[in-house]
Design a protein around this ligand. Structure first.
Ligand code: TYF
Ligand code: FE
Length: 374
């Protein structure tokens, strides 16, 4: 087994304190309809919007919220825009992982001084509800991190946005917070990005898996998990490895045309209820064979959930030294096999479901073979 945990004593104070994920911004071709999908299918609530009606001629954005999770769904309103080019190259996908920081000026200074490429110099946004400071740096592919400092801001989201309260407000499905956000990076880029999160952002490596751990017949990949000081931000990074046929990571890179966000893992404290609600709203999940459940009890011991219910829904279970976790993966939410969601419930476990990798990756391979991309 090649999994190892690295204990990193924090001798030096955190130069980049992060309180959590502020929002995730997707660039999509029809933000109005994508926002409807996240409301209807995923139970997000409308929070704020910006666009022509707020004086923005360049782009329209819809902000959705479910508990601590905020999504910003953005489309261009004009030809020849950076947003339009992002969509043309990548399809709909994640452009911004915004991090809630104490000091956005310092976050930018500390990271750019350590080698980050600036995306946005610190700027002050102001309206009658207060002040937000924002800055940003580039990370893998065309993905960026925006630092958001909102110490005294009382508005709905950010200056430039107005409250969005349509009549239509489907119920939430129990999604609570972002557990982790996974990036797929290109061949031989793993070390670059592990080094970036370690040296530029002060993160440490939690675990790593190599292709010995996680190759099935076809899928081969390497994965390392980077985490910030307080553990609220966890960024696993995947790199493809040579296998018998095309790695799922390589398939992603081909369709996304480069590195980018592969999956967003969202936490629930009732995975059975959440998944039932998602299924009833049309979300499709990867399915594992029934035999997965035959030896589940032997593998994970006693769990509180009803095994039959887990089998019916296709929820996976894994155990580590600290407890267990339940997880399930959606099919891609875009026409390209790129972005998908993970629903996760942690019951003590702090790992990522290594015991499920084989069953999960075989399920992904069945989808790849339907697509003819294996
Ligand atoms: O985030 C993780 O590490 C798990 C497992 O392509 C995983 O969710 C790893 C790679 C992958 C899909 C899921
Ligand atoms: Fe995950």
């Amino acid at each position: 087994m090649n999994q190892h945990t690295e204990n990193q004593p924090s001798a030096t104070p955190d130069f980049l304190p992060i309180m959590g994920t502020d929002y995730i911004q997707l660039y999509v071709s029809n933000a109005l309809q994508t926002a409807h999908f996240y409301q209807t299918a995923f139970g997000f609530q409308p929070l704020a919007k910006a666009g022509l009606e707020t004086g923005n001629q360049a782009e329209a954005s819809y902000v959705l919220q479910q508990d601590k999770i905020r999504l910003v769904i953005t489309s261009p309103l004009q030809a020849d825009s950076d947003i339009g080019r992002h969509i043309d190259v990548h399809g709909d996908g994640v452009r911004v992982i915004a991090l809630w920081v104490e000091d956005a000026q310092k976050a930018w200074e500390e990271t750019t001084a350590r080698g980050a490429k600036s995306f946005l110099e610190p700027q002050q946004l102001q309206d009658e509800s207060g002040v937000v400071i924002r800055s940003g740096i580039h990370t893998y592919g065309d993905t960026v991190h925006v630092f958001i400092e909102r110490k005294n801001y009382q508005g709905v989201f950010l200056p430039g946005y107005e409250a969005w309260q349509p009549q239509y407000q489907p119920a939430a499905v129990g999604l609570k917070y972002i557990d982790h956000i996974v990036g797929n990076v290109g061949w031989n880029e793993m070390n670059t990005w592990v080094k970036f999160y370690a040296e530029v952002m002060g993160f440490s490596q939690l675990v790593s898996f190599d292709d010995e751990d996680i190759s099935t017949d076809y899928t081969a990949l390497m994965s390392k998990v980077m985490s910030n000081g307080n553990g609220r931000i966890k960024f696993p990074i995947n790199e493809p490895a040579e296998g018998k046929k095309k790695s799922q990571i390589e398939e992603y890179l081909d369709f996304y045309n480069g590195s980018g966000v592969q999956h967003i893992a969202v936490a629930t404290d009732d995975i059975v209820g959440t998944v039932q609600a998602l299924v009833s709203r049309g979300i499709e999940f990867l399915q594992v064979p029934g035999s997965y459940y035959d030896d589940l009890q032997n593998r994970v011991g006693n769990i509180e959930e009803d095994l039959e219910q887990l089998r019916e829904l296709g929820i996976l279970v894994d155990r580590d030294d600290e407890g267990y976790l339940l997880q399930i993966f959606t099919k891609p939410v875009t026409p390209r096999p790129t972005l998908f969601f993970e629903i996760i419930q942690r019951k003590g476990a702090r790992s990522f479901g290594k015991g499920n990798f084989k069953a999960l990756f075989e399920a992904i391979e069945r989808e790849q073979s339907k697509r003819g991309t294996l």
